[in-house]
Ligand binder design. Structure first.
Ligand SMILES: C[S@@+](CC[C@H](N)C(=O)[O-])C[C@H]1O[C@@H](n2cnc3c(N)ncnc32)[C@H](O)[C@@H]1O
Length: 212
């Protein structure tokens, strides 16, 4: 699959989301309900949110993990390329938040049972690199829950032509089939998807053990 690889998307993302940290942009509230309902809080207690923004989703995950009064401790972490977003996320939170790039996830292999990534994947210049990193830090059979824009092919093509000339750090919009194709190529098995009106889709994939 060919992707636009015009330089400057990361810088644009950092600048744009540093500014947006002061506003309400970038919180995917419509996805949260579905994502939160796809996690089993009794057994899945090591969770990473990629492109976590101000950490709103992780704060809701933390409440649910805390509501299970069981011995198994939990580890929840958030990673975002915008220092200002992470600064906001850290306020009043015990969750581990780090500034960093999803192309180079600063955690050891086999660390997480669940990785979430909401409205961030379309900012990634090298999506295959991100998927390799997700595969590395996920435990076997681990889940990746991804929420992305879902629009018809006509508008997708039109917007993808325009995106290289915009400055918000958006790289490209994917069709459902493209998402499934690149995830499958990088060792993930598609489990389910849910369309959220009017233009969002949430997907669940599981890590497949690599044969070599
Ligand atoms: C539209 S916001 C979504 C924020 C959050 N996931 C939510 O759903 O509320 C996209 C986020 O992805 C982050 N981002 C963009 N490129 C990134 C990268 N290469 N690595 C990590 N985070 C990135 C941005 O800084 C921004 O906070």
């Amino acid at each position: 699959m060919n992707f636009n690889k015009t330089k400057g998307y990361k810088e644009n993302s950092i600048n744009f989301f540093n500014r947006m940290a002061e506003k309400n942009h970038g919180d995917s509230y419509k996805h949260y309900k579905t994502v939160l309902s796809w996690i089993d809080y009794k057994t899945e207690r090591d969770i990473l949110d990629l492109g976590c923004g101000k950490g709103e989703l992780l704060k809701q995950i933390e409440v649910r993990l805390n509501s299970y009064k069981i011995d198994k401790k939990f580890k929840i972490s958030g990673l975002d390329i915008s220092p200002n977003m992470i600064e906001k996320a850290k306020n009043n939170s015990e969750i581990e938040f780090k500034v960093g790039d999803s192309e180079d996830i600063p955690f050891a292999e086999n660390t997480f049972q669940v990785i979430t990534c909401l409205n961030s994947f379309h900012h990634y210049e090298n999506p295959e690199k991100v998927l390799k990193e997700i595969h590395r830090v996920l435990k076997n059979e681990g889940k990746i829950i991804i929420g992305e824009i879902n629009i018809n092919d006509f508008f997708k093509k039109l917007i993808n032509r325009i995106l290289p000339y915009t400055s918000n750090g958006d790289v490209r919009i994917y069709s459902s089939n493209e998402i499934k194709e690149i995830f499958s190529q990088e060792g993930f098995v598609f489990i389910k998807e849910k369309f959220i009106f009017p233009s969002l889709k949430v997907y669940l994939f599981k890590k497949q053990k690599r044969s070599s």
